[in-house]
Design a protein around this ligand. Structure first.
Ligand code: TMP
Length: 238
């Protein structure tokens, strides 16, 4: 089995390690939770293990749908072997229903269905507060090429279509979510990072109850239970 060698990076929710196999990294999911660019700090018991399972489950489904992802294999509760990539420094946000920063910025009530899916890019720069950028900024700063932006956009819409339908069958509305992509050594764009209640807004389709990190961000209580509920619905569908 693949073994960790040196730690390459520690983020707010995960650590990434180099391994004894070329082209393979190991990610290790933490229980730490932050919000508002690290201003709010806490911990969500069991989150690392849940996000590891949720993200791997969804990435495996996406692979079957023809979306290339970094997922290789689950190693244990919180660790997964992934393809080594260089992360494209963009947060790609896909929105179906108004919520969060979109509601604030455009004065839309949370829960308003958008007439078309909205795609946003933010420059991954904590020191700048991850500012929103458009395709011109991305090219002007050399963050990604025109072809890469097109690939990333196409994959993001496909992921949204597939996941929205899959989750709705489980009684979950996919309100919005954030994706990150990486470049493999041979220059291909693949889906990286995670897809979990940390990075998505999941609402119960009937009650509209929030089943994601907004419970932590907004001090709504029942954070652990919401993460467990998402895992239960996904695993029940296996
Ligand atoms: P926003 O409404 O705060 O811009 O968030 C949009 C989506 O992106 C939401 O599903 C949460 C996710 N997200 C992250 O995964 N990481 C972040 O740092 C932020 C700000 C949002």
């Amino acid at each position: 089995m693949v073994k960790k060698t040196t730690q390459l990076y520690e983020g707010k929710a995960k650590k990434v390690y180099a391994t004894d196999e070329k082209g393979v990294y190991i990610v290790s999911y933490k229980d730490d939770a932050t919000a508002f660019n690290g201003l709010k700090k806490g911990s969500i018991e069991g989150k690392g293990a849940i996000n590891n399972r949720v993200s791997n489950h969804l990435m495996a489904l996406l692979e079957k749908e023809g979306i290339p992802t970094h997922f290789i294999e689950t190693l244990n509760d919180r660790e997964t072997a992934v393809k080594a990539v260089q992360i494209v420094p963009l947060e790609v946000i896909v929105r179906n229903i108004a919520a969060g920063s979109l509601s604030k910025r455009l004065g839309l009530d949370e829960g308003v269905k958008l007439e078309t899916t909205v795609l946003e890019f933010c420059y991954k720069r904590d020191d700048l507060g991850d500012p929103m950028v458009n395709e011109y900024h991305i090219k002007a700063l050399g963050l990604a090429s025109e072809d890469e932006i097109k690939t990333i956009s196409d994959y993001s819409f496909k992921i949204n279509t597939y996941l929205s339908a899959y989750l709705l069958d489980l009684g979950i509305e996919l309100v919005d979510f954030k994706l990150e992509f990486g470049r493999t050594e041979d220059g291909n764009i693949i889906l990286a990072d995670e897809i979990s209640p940390d990075t998505c807004r999941f609402w119960d389709s009937k009650t509209k109850m929030k089943l994601d990190k907004d419970r932590f961000r907004r001090d709504l209580g029942g954070v652990e239970d919401a993460y467990k509920e998402i895992l239960k619905r996904l695993m029940g569908a296996e």
